[in-house]
Design a protein around this ligand. Structure first.
Ligand code: AHM
Ligand code: MG
Length: 335
């Protein structure tokens, strides 16, 4: 009988292969995997557990919170705060840094997460996900402050996403490539199913919310119009389009079969640089995309090089298949 490799075994093997022995990181990744299993269960139960719908509350970004946004945030906290590996946490769903309660040991890592990305899809039973990023805590105070989290994406120790789709998957990187695990609900373990994931360098598939078209800048207008023109246009070939409105699902599709995803800079709300959040969404996804051989940029700068200025800062995102992202970047360069 062939026994699969669990995520814990995989990470131990990966550390051995790279001559590292970081038991704190192994433990923390195990807790994150557990959080994703609990969230998978909550999402999967759907209306049976009475967790559909919205609350009266808004998060700091002024977005109405879904019941599951709040529940999944709490799941993440409860699963990870007691292990002794964390100095603090920050989440898309919390205004400020979360302090590890005094009765628990404090560790050397910071955990940053979006517990339920794409949550507008929850009520209609379309895929949602969890995104996380792990950073070193470089300060010395017992409790980190927001400034301690404001590290560029290049400093991430690990990142990943869970996709709650037709199956539940956890896709991770610790800076040694990207590996995907599928939740085997019979044994309750994430088992390695997608080793060494790489994004195809070429693609004919783009993803963008076209309802924002009138707000886009010229380079994105040009790129999308050329895709839409297809065979008869300057690109000389037909393109296909997808938009799930769930970044985890879009990025996963791109890693599996190639593609380009854009939530670009637009003029819709001049106070916002884009829609997606640098710390909770753009940085972890960019780490994964680059580790899988793709590119990720604001259009003007590599996302992983952006120096964060605020926990909830937004950033334009253009990521995916290398050759296609390069086309969009060349249009920005010629602005
Ligand atoms: P959320 O974190 O509030 O769910 O918002 C992020 C999501 C992304 O998953 C997705 O790419 C985007 O918002 C979709 O936005 P829109 O509804 O404008 O198309
Ligand atoms: Mg989100």
């Amino acid at each position: 009988m062939q026994i699969g490799t669990t995520i814990a075994q995989f990470l131990a093997d990966e550390q051995r292969a790279n001559n590292t022995n970081n038991t704190d990181l192994l433990a923390l990744m195990g807790q994150v995997a557990t959080a994703c299993k609990v969230i998978s269960n909550a999402v999967n139960k759907g209306a049976l557990s009475g967790v559909m719908g919205s609350l009266d509350s808004e998060n700091i970004q002024g977005e109405t919170q879904k019941k599951l946004d709040v529940i999944t945030n709490e799941i993440f906290i409860q699963t990870t705060e007691r292990g002794g590996q964390l100095a603090g946490m920050a989440s898309e769903e919390m205004d400020d840094v979360y302090d590890i309660p005094a009765q628990y040991a404090h560790g050397k890592y910071l955990l940053v997460f979006d517990p339920l990305d794409g949550s507008s899809n929850v009520d209609v039973n379309i895929s949602v996900g969890t995104i996380f990023s792990i950073l070193h805590y470089e300060g010395s105070a017992a409790n980190p402050v927001a400034a301690d989290f404001l590290q560029p994406g290049t400093k991430q120790v690990a990142a990943g996403y869970a996709l709650y789709g037709s199956s539940t998957m956890l896709v991770i990187t610790t800076g040694h490539g990207v590996n995907g695990f599928t939740l085997d609900s019979d044994i309750g373990e994430f088992v390695l199913t997608h080793p060494g994931m790489m994004i195809p360098v070429d693609t004919k598939e783009f993803a963008i919310n076209a309802s924002n078209q009138r707000f886009w800048e010229a380079p994105v207008q040009r790129y999308v119009s050329e895709c839409v023109a297809g065979k008869t246009g300057p690109r000389g070939r037909d393109f296909n389009m997808r938009w799930v409105a769930s970044m985890v699902a879009e990025v996963h599709r791109i890693i599996i079969r190639g593609g380009i995803f854009m939530y670009p800079k637009d003029t819709k709300d001049p106070a916002k640089a884009g829609k997606l959040r640098l710390m909770y969404e753009a940085n972890p996804m960019s780490f994964i995309v680059e580790q899988a051989g793709g590119l990720s940029s604001t259009g003007r700068q590599r996302i992983l090089d952006v120096q964060p200025e605020g926990l909830h800062q937004r950033v334009p995102v253009i990521l995916g298949s290398k050759n296609e992202v390069e086309v969009v970047l060349s249009y920005h360069a010629g602005m």
